[in-house]
Design a protein around this ligand. Structure first.
Ligand SMILES: Nc1nc2c(ncn2[C@@H]2O[C@H](COP(=O)(O)OP(=O)(O)OP(=O)(O)O)[C@@H](O)[C@H]2O)c(=O)[nH]1
Ligand SMILES: [Mg+2]
Length: 302
C-alpha cells in the first residue's frame, strides 16, 4: 500500500469560508466559524483521511491589510502556513469576486516558494448564478495560473468531494503523520478557549470581539469523569468587562452555557466551565497572550 500525507493550506480573505471548509473536510468542528471577519487567529490543523491519503488541512487567519500588532501576527501566520504547505488552496467568495483584497493575495501568491501547488476554490457558489461563476473563474485564471479550479459550497458541501479527491492525489507519498483517528492538532485547552471565543463573537456586537482573547488557565480531571475548565477572558477596557457580564451577569451566563454545551459534546462528557473576565489594558502588546494564541509576537512588529 502506498500511503500519502501532506499539508494543505487554505488561504483567502477574512470570511471566505476557510474554517467552514476545514470543518467539512475533517467531518467535525475543529475550527470556529462566525459570520464576522477575522474569526480565526492562528493556524489550526484539521486531519482528514481519503483512502490511503492523510490530508492535513491548515486553516489560516484571513489575509487583509493589517494595522494592529495582532493583525500583523495573524497575517504572518497565514502566509507562513501557505509557504510551508504542499498544496495551497485560495478561497474566493463567489458573490464578492475579485476585490482589492483578492488582488493583493494574487500578488502575494507570486512570492510563494517555487513548486508550490496552488489551486483555486470559488466558494459560496450557492449565492450566485452559473454565468457569474464562469466569468469569475475565467477572470481569476487570467490573473494567476492555478493548477486547478474548483467551485464549491463549503457550507452545503457542493464540490467538496471533488476537491478532496484531487488533493489526495496531489500530496506527496509518505507515511501518515498523525494517528488515523486524530482529527485536530491543537491542544485541547486551546480548542476549549476557541469555543468560548466563538460564543463571545457571536453574541457581542461591533468591535468588542476583536479586542478580547480567551485563555484556558486550568483544566482539572474529576474522579467522576467530568472536567473542570477555568478560563479567563481578557479585555482591554473596564467598560468592556461590563458589556461581557451584562445585566445581572446574564450575558456571560448565556455565553458560558453555550460554550459548556459545545465543549461537553466535543469531549463526550460532562464539563464544568468557569469564566472570569479580566481587564488588561495592554494585552494586545503582551508576548504571552500571543504564544497562548499560537501566534508569534515578533511577527507583529511593524
Ligand atoms: N452561503 C454560504 N455561506 C458560507 C459558505 N461557506 C461559509 N459560509 C459562511 O461564511 C461565514 C464565514 O465563514 P468562516 O468559515 O468563518 O470564514 P473564514 O474564512 O474562516 O473567516 P476568518 O476566520 O475570519 O478568516 C460564515 O457565516 C459561514 O457560515 C458557503 O459555501 N455558502
Ligand atoms: Mg476562519
Amino acid at each position: 500500500m502506498t500511503t500519502r500525507a501532506g499539508f494543505i493550506a487554505l488561504i483567502g480573505e477574512p470570511n471566505a469560508g476557510k474554517s467552514t471548509l476545514t470543518n467539512r473536510m475533517v467531518g467535525a468542528k475543529v475550527s470556529i466559524v462566525t459570520h464576522k471577519v477575522q474569526t480565526t487567529r492562528a493556524r489550526i490543523r484539521g486531519v482528514a483521511m481519503e483512502g490511503d491519503s492523510q490530508l492535513i488541512f491548515v486553516d489560516t487567519p484571513g489575509l487583509f491589510q493589517p494595522r494592529r500588532r495582532l493583525d500583523r501576527a495573524m497575517v504572518a501566520a497565514a502566509w507562513g502556513g501557505a509557504s510551508d504547505a504542499d498544496v495551497v488552496v485560495l478561497l474566493v467568495e463567489a458573490h464578492r469576486g475579485i476585490t482589492d483584497g483578492v488582488k493583493r493575495i494574487l500578488e502575494g501568491l507570486q512570492d510563494l516558494p517555487k513548486g508550490r501547488k496552488i489551486a483555486l476554490a470559488i466558494n459560496k457558489i450557492d449565492r450566485v448564478k452559473a454565468e457569474e461563476l464562469l466569468a469569475l473563474s475565467k477572470a481569476l485564471n487570467e490573473s494567476f495560473t492555478f493548477l486547478k479550479t474548483f467551485m464549491i459550497s463549503a457550507e452545503r458541501g457542493y464540490g467538496v468531494d471533488d476537491l478532496r479527491t484531487w488533493l489526495a492525489q496531489e500530496i506527496p507519498e509518505g507515511p501518515w503523520l498523525y494517528p488515523e483517528d486524530q482529527i485536530a492538532d491543537l491542544p485541547m485547552r486551546m480548542i476549549a478557549a476557541e469555543m468560548t471565543r466563538e460564543k463571545l463573537t457571536l453574541r457581542l456586537h461591533q468591535e468588542l470581539p476583536y479586542q478580547l482573547t480567551v485563555e484556558t488557565e486550568h483544566w482539572t480531571e474529576r474522579d467522576d469523569g467530568s472536567a473542570r475548565i477555568d478560563q479567563v477572558i481578557y479585555v482591554a477596557r473596564d467598560g468592556h468587562k461590563g458589556i461581557i457580564l451584562g445585566h445581572k451577569g446574564e450575558t456571560i451566563k448565556a455565553i458560558s452555557k453555550a460554550a459548556r454545551e459545545e465543549l461537553s459534546e466535543f469531549l463526550g462528557r460532562k464539563v464544568h466551565l468557569f469564566l472570569q473576565v479580566k481587564v488588561r489594558e495592554n494585552w494586545l502588546e503582551e508576548a504571552e497572550r500571543y504564544s497562548e494564541m499560537g501566534l508569534d509576537f515578533k511577527d507583529g512588529n511593524a
